[in-house]
Design a protein. Structure first.
Length: 223
């Protein structure tokens, strides 16, 4: 099967499963709450709770997170706790198709970040605050931790993104700021989206050493 066809099928399957999950969590009588209104995770098995355990495991001064879209694992509660403790959080800013990501620092809380652009992604809006990807990973910025969202990961940590290639162009092996194995990097997805056997990685695809899910952390096999 053509690798791109296989990835498209995986994306379709996972997006459908996430939509069903969102509908279930939003149904009347569901125990779920809107995590963006909470200062801390309320469920002991949430992805945000697992992310917070990663953050607090070793000293972290600055991290790269993301603002979840509908259906994505939501890190807002963990990021808000980190911000409240005095930490520095950067979020990705989508630029143009075919270009790497930019990044902006946020202050306050995740609930203050407004959707921007045609994809409606919550991201920093002040262009004066944006940094290039290469600057983001420089010693001057002092980034200690990176959370990378995904639709899922292969057995060796190959990342399945939404198809835009933004993270690959930024952090992939042929990107502007490749992430080495020495970096403290965690992918983020749901547990059922780990170890996707049908995922075929290309030379430019981003691979991740570990992931956080609602079940905790997961280490991938080396390629």
């Amino acid at each position: 099967m053509d690798p791109q066809t296989s990835k498209a099928q995986l994306r379709s399957h996972i997006r459908s499963a996430r939509a069903n999950r969102s509908r279930t969590e939003a149904a009347p009588g569901s125990a779920s709450t809107d995590s963006r209104t909470e200062a801390a995770p309320t469920s002991p098995s949430s992805v945000a709770d697992s992310a917070w355990e990663v953050i607090r495991a070793v000293p972290v001064r600055a991290l790269l997170g993301y603002a979840a879209l509908q259906g994505e694992p939501d890190l807002d509660p963990a990021l808000d706790r980190f911000l409240a403790s005095g930490g520095t959080v950067y979020l990705p800013v989508v630029t143009k198709v075919g270009q790497p990501l930019l990044f902006g620092e946020i202050t306050g809380s995740m609930s203050r970040i407004e959707p921007q652009g045609k994809w409606g992604i919550r991201e920093p809006a002040d262009d004066a605050e944006l940094l290039t990807a290469a600057q983001l990973l420089s010693p001057e910025v002092g980034l200690d931790l990176v959370f990378v969202p995904a639709l899922g990961f292969g057995l060796d940590g190959a990342r399945l993104g939404n198809g835009g290639g933004f993270y690959d162009r930024t952090f992939g092996p042929q990107g502007v700021a490749p992430l080495g194995r020495e970096a403290r990097v965690f992918g983020v997805c749901f547990a059922e989206e780990l170890d996707l056997s049908g995922l075929v990685a290309e030379d430019w695809d981003l691979r991740i050493p570990s992931a956080v899910t609602e079940h905790g952390t997961h280490a991938f096999a080396s390629p």
